[in-house]
Write a protein that binds this ligand. Structure first.
Ligand code: AMP
Ligand code: ZN
Length: 114
């Protein structure tokens, strides 16, 4: 998708600190980390948000989750826990309109979204 910053990361038009990748997904460090460990995992094809997940692309979500588990195991953040976050739309605080999962951890996390 033209003008999508995450599509540009997928096609390497914009540099990112990529930590892992599969045929369908790519994981890279968040440029503005909210915790000691903060990466984003995205589908390589442009899906706008969780609203657009359907029967035809649900396998891409599984791929993201499996890649997250692979990363959390290899980095050891799995031992103390972590958080998955999908922000959706304006009220959800989504700022980049390309579906992404935040994988956040590496320290105790607070919880006060509202
Ligand atoms: P959200 O607010 O849920 O849409 O999350 C978007 C995330 O993308 C934010 O945490 C940003 O810090 C992150 N972000 C934006 N641009 C980049 C970039 N070029 N490389 C890495 N992370 C980015
Ligand atoms: Zn995109």
């Amino acid at each position: 998708m033209k003008n999508c910053i995450f599509c540009k990361i997928v096609c390497k038009e914009i540099k990112a600190d990529i930590v892992a990748e599969t045929n369908n997904s790519i994981a890279f460090k968040d440029i503005n980390p909210q915790a000691k460990f903060h990466i984003l995992i995205i589908p390589k094809i442009h899906i706008k948000s969780t609203v657009d997940i359907c029967q035809h692309n649900i396998h891409l979500l599984s791929d993201i989750i499996l890649l997250s588990n692979q990363i959390s195991k290899s980095t050891k953040i799995i031992s103390n826990g972590y958080r998955w976050v999908f922000n959706t739309g304006k009220d959800g605080g989504q700022t980049v309109d390309h579906l992404h999962m935040h994988l956040i951890g590496g320290q105790p996390l607070n919880w006060s979204p509202a």
